[in-house]
Design a protein around this ligand. Structure first.
Ligand code: SF4
Length: 95
């Protein structure tokens, strides 16, 4: 969920192996890997920006200000798109 809405649904293994939504991808990339420790001079990956205030949401995709993949279409809120067996994602990249 992001900003109060479901952005991706999938069975556990496919979700962890290949997340589709940029927010899910950012969350997965931020998980420390015990078998690959982060060198002392590096930081864990983080999603830039902050969650928008629910009072300031526009008609655009709520993740737009933090998304590295945003394009023109993202000025409209995406619906949920089917993205495979038991998978769905709220992102225009999967239209
Ligand atoms: S709809 Fe656009 S801004 Fe929203 S997550 Fe997808 S690519 Fe990013």
């Amino acid at each position: 969920m992001y900003a109060g809405k479901i952005v991706e649904q999938a069975p556990v293994n496919p979700l962890f192996e290949a997340p589709l939504h940029p927010y899910t991808q950012g969350l997965m990339a931020a998980i420390p890997k015990m078998d690959r420790p982060v060198p002392a001079n590096r930081r864990l990956q983080a999603i830039s920006g902050i969650v928008p205030s629910l009072y300031e949401l526009t008609t655009a995709c709520a993740f737009r200000s933090r998304c590295n993949f945003q394009f023109e279409r993202c000025s409209e809120e995406p619906p949920i798109f089917e993205a495979g067996p038991e998978r769905s994602v709220r992102c225009w990249r999967h239209e």
